[in-house]
Design a binder for this molecule. Structure first.
Ligand SMILES: Cc1cc2nc3c(=O)[nH]c(=O)nc-3n(C[C@H](O)[C@H](O)[C@H](O)COP(=O)(O)OP(=O)(O)OC[C@H]3O[C@@H](n4cnc5c(N)ncnc54)[C@H](O)[C@@H]3O)c2cc1C
Length: 420
């Protein structure tokens, strides 16, 4: 579907990660001439190395009740899922206080509803966008196989599953025999699983982003590989984006620069609690086993999936400054954890990666026109869920730019929600 925008305008998007690319797709559909800018090729930052989960049921925030009680144990366990660079203790502690205040039951439900708005159509939208590219195979239909070690049977009525069920997710508890049929490579140590059906996974998240960026370009968008050093208000109207070589002028700008977004707009008086939450992956390049779905080890908090380049195991929340060097020991711990899950896995050849989740304390992104800065828009802060939320974010953003009423409550995504 496409309709002409009121003045078929130009719009500049800073950041060609999956959020910027999906915003470009939606704005192009509305008749905008899109100019994408990134200092790298599309899809080479956080959107490159994620776990590939695309779930219409990603409506469970990280700040679940009781999580705070587990954090001290996780921090001191060498194989634990959470890490903190101690020089980052104060900002991480202040952010965590805001994060855990979102665990109150009523608040949690409203966050879950706002997450659902962004993810509910993601599989269909990705399929639509990939249609005709010849690269439809980068998306695979998939279950989400959440596996449990030991003999105690998980409770499907626990809040995390109930939130999904309440949003219509097909959730099913299976025993060890059924699990073995679904995923034969999984160790017999895992006695049960909660299966979520009707979702998808990216066979290569980086490639998915590149394919969609190519589609935008083939429909007339342009791309500049430059780094934006500063973003200023143009006294004659619109905005000026300075690179080392030139200044780009634009009437409308969308900031989709992931975790780097806050740094681009701070001098305009916009302060946000956007934190760098780093994650890692380890890829087993000659795995000699295959998994058929996205598998999450619930205790280890890792997600494992067969991808184009091998088996990818992803996880860890590491709070560090935005430019701190990667600590690849965090990727190395994924080796024993993944081998425990898949005993026949060949671990001889691996490749590691670190990416930075742009995380806000309520697990929701900012999608908004910036207050008192007409024509300057924000679409960033997608934390653990950006791949799944990207198509929905693009649509919400395009509605905001076109001032189109949709019936969607936009308040959960507003920038000024952090003022209070
Ligand atoms: C280990 C791990 C596993 C994950 N698993 C999943 C998952 O399974 N499912 C899911 O939905 N999400 C997952 N995520 C989260 C998801 O990857 C992110 O939310 C998403 O990639 C964020 O996309 P983005 O476009 O905002 O950021 P990015 O991909 O980081 O893109 C931002 C872009 O902006 C560019 N940029 C920044 N500053 C400038 C500048 N000044 N000038 C020019 N360009 C600039 C960067 O080069 C970059 O390309 C995972 C994340 C991690 C780390």
């Amino acid at each position: 579907m496409s309709f002409a925008n009121k003045d078929a305008d130009n719009i500049v998007i800073i950041g060609a990660g999956i959020i910027g690319v999906c915003c470009a797709l939606s704005l192009q559909e509305r008749g905008f001439a899109v100019h994408l800018i990134d200092r790298s090729e599309p899809g080479e930052a956080t959107s490159y190395g994620n776990a590939g989960v695309i779930s219409p049921w990603s409506c469970v925030p990280q700040c679940m009740p009781g999580v705070w009680k587990q954090v001290p144990k996780w921090l001191f366990d060498p194989l634990g899922p959470v890490r903190l660079q101690w020089q980052n203790l104060l900002p991480a502690a202040l952010w965590s206080i805001r994060f855990f205040t979102n665990s109150r039951p009523g608040r949690l439900r409203s966050i879950s509803d706002a997450m659902y708005v962004l993810v509910k159509d993601n599989v269909d939208l990705y399929k639509k966008y990939l249609g005709g590219t010849g690269q439809e195979h980068v998306l695979k239909d998939s279950f989400y196989v959440n596996v449990f070690r030991g003999r105690s049977v998980p409770n499907i009525r626990d809040l995390a599953w109930q939130l999904r069920i309440d949003h219509g997710a097909p959730v099913e508890l299976v025993n060890a025999g059924q699990l073995k049929e679904i995923e034969p490579a999984i160790s017999g140590e895992y006695h049960s699983a909660i299966i979520i059906k009707d979702q998808a996974r990216a066979f290569s998240p980086g490639k998915l982003c590149k394919v969609l960026a190519d589609k935008v370009l083939s429909h007339g968008a342009s791309f500049s590989k430059v780094e934006i050093k500063t973003l200023n208000v143009n006294p004659n109207g619109g905005y000026e984006l300075a690179t080392t070589e030139k200044t780009i002028k634009a009437e409308r700008v969308v900031v989709c620069a992931g975790v780097w977004s806050a740094g681009l707009i701070a001098h305009l008086g916009i302060k946000l609690p956007l934190i760098a939450e780093r994650g890692y992956h380890l890829e087993f390049l000659n795995p000699q086993v295959e998994v058929r779905n996205s598998i999450q080890d619930i205790e280890a908090k890792i997600v494992v999936s067969s991808m184009e380049s091998g088996i990818r195991s992803a996880g860890t929340s590491e709070f560090a400054s935005i430019d701190a060097k990667p600590n690849y020991r965090r990727a190395d711990i994924l080796k024993p954890l993944t081998k425990r899950l898949l005993p026949a896995l060949n671990v001889s050849k691996t490749q590691h990666w670190m990416g930075i989740r742009p995380s806000l304390p309520d697990n929701l992104p900012v999608i908004d026109e910036m207050p008192d800065l007409p024509g300057l828009y924000a679409a960033f802060g997608h934390s653990h869920f950006g791949l799944g939320m990207a198509p929905g974010t693009g649509i919400v953003l395009a509605n905001i730019v076109c001032e189109q009423a949709t019936g969607i409550d936009l308040r959960p995504y507003r920038l000024n929600r952090f003022k209070a």
